[in-house]
Design a binder for this molecule. Structure first.
Ligand SMILES: [Zn+2]
Ligand SMILES: [Zn+2]
Length: 332
């Protein structure tokens, strides 16, 4: 009997502006079919913003996307990563090795780089957090087994040649792009802003379809940091955003407002669930996300719920109790 073959996505490249190409690269994740890398003309080559994740065949997808844009890996003069998530930096080391180019990124990348080369270490930390969050042993065991079957998404060891912070710039033929630190989605997140053209490379800070994610446990208040980053980006006058996933989008202020509204809605939902009595983060994630909560999304949704709880705790609206599992209550 023939196995059903899944028709897989392939890398695609298209010019979005003179001197700027969108490289759409496939991802193996449920609900997130692609990520974008951006090629920006710079002298006799390109600056590559983000790289796609590393998995079998992923470099061929990037090469195919570049080829459709009339480019090749050898044209890469510099890699800039918007943040240290594998879909944005997973292929940086082999590209840097092939071309001899540098890799620039925000310095707060330890949330990824400290354990990115070691799947067992990453899994052990995730399991500890899952137990603290009240995840039952059986689904946790299944999740670990499934994750063991996949790679880390990161090729080689990510080495950062220059640390990007506010006030620094990245030069391209489109002009100089200002680095704008935008933590929240990840502690290492930056956006790039080109003021004369009012272009924003928004990474995962702002996406065309509002979709939130926060890396929990590395900074005091990821949700608070994200809200402050929205304020900061609102102060720019971007007319077009080139995001880490999905098509470029205009009307950046409306997207910022929609993100704020969704954060407020989720915080209200978490508070309402806590008002009914103490809950573990696992129980809260099920209540707040309903049927969106399933094994494939649990890890992602739990990180968000834990970030909302931390935010409420910082604002005196929630109290953490117990250790394993943690049980959270509404503040008296
Ligand atoms: Zn990300
Ligand atoms: Zn991403």
């Amino acid at each position: 009997m023939r196995k059903p073959t899944r028709s897989r996505e392939v890398g695609r490249g298209e010019r979005v502006l003179p001197g700027a190409w969108r490289l759409r690269l496939p991802l193996p994740w449920p609900g997130v079919p692609h990520c974008n890398a951006w090629a920006l003309a710079a002298g006799d080559g390109i600056v590559l913003v983000d790289t796609g994740m590393h998995e079998p065949g992923s470099m061929a997808h990037l090469e195919r996307a570049l080829d459709q844009a009339g480019l090749q890996i050898e044209d890469v003069r510099l890699i800039v990563c918007t943040h240290a998530h594998v879909d944005h930096c997973g292929q940086a080391p082999p590209i840097a090795e092939r071309t001899g180019c540098e890799v620039w990124m925000h310095p707060n990348h330890a949330h990824h780089t400290a354990s990115s080369g070691d799947l067992e270490q990453t899994l052990a930390r995730r399991v500890e957090i899952a137990r603290q969050s009240g995840v039952p042993e059986e689904p946790l065991r299944r999740w670990v087994e499934q994750r063991r079957g996949q790679g880390t998404g990161q090729a080689g060891t990510l080495k950062v040649d220059r640390e990007l912070t506010d006030g620094m710039t990245v030069d391209t033929d489109l002009g100089a792009w200002q680095v704008v630190e935008t933590p929240g989605h990840a502690p290492s997140h930056i956006c790039l802003y080109q003021p004369e053209r009012r272009l924003l490379i928004s990474g995962d800070h702002l996406l065309g379809r509002v979709s939130l994610y926060f890396d929990a446990g590395h900074t005091p208040d990821p949700v608070g940091e994200f809200l402050a980053s929205l304020d900061k980006v609102e102060g720019l006058s971007s007319r077009l955003a080139l995001s880490g996933h999905g098509r470029p989008f205009a009307d950046v202020p409306a997207h910022i407002a929609a993100n704020r509204a969704l954060v407020a809605e989720r915080l209200t939902a978490v508070k309402a669930a806590l008002a009914a009595g103490p809950r573990t983060p696992y129980e809260l994630a099920q209540e707040v996300y309903g049927e969106l909560f399933m094994e494939a999304t649990a890890n992602w949704l739990l990180s968000k719920v834990r970030s909302y709880l931390t935010h409420l705790e910082q604002h005196g609206d929630a109290v953490r109790g117990g250790e394993t599992p943690e049980r959270w209550s509404a503040a008296a």
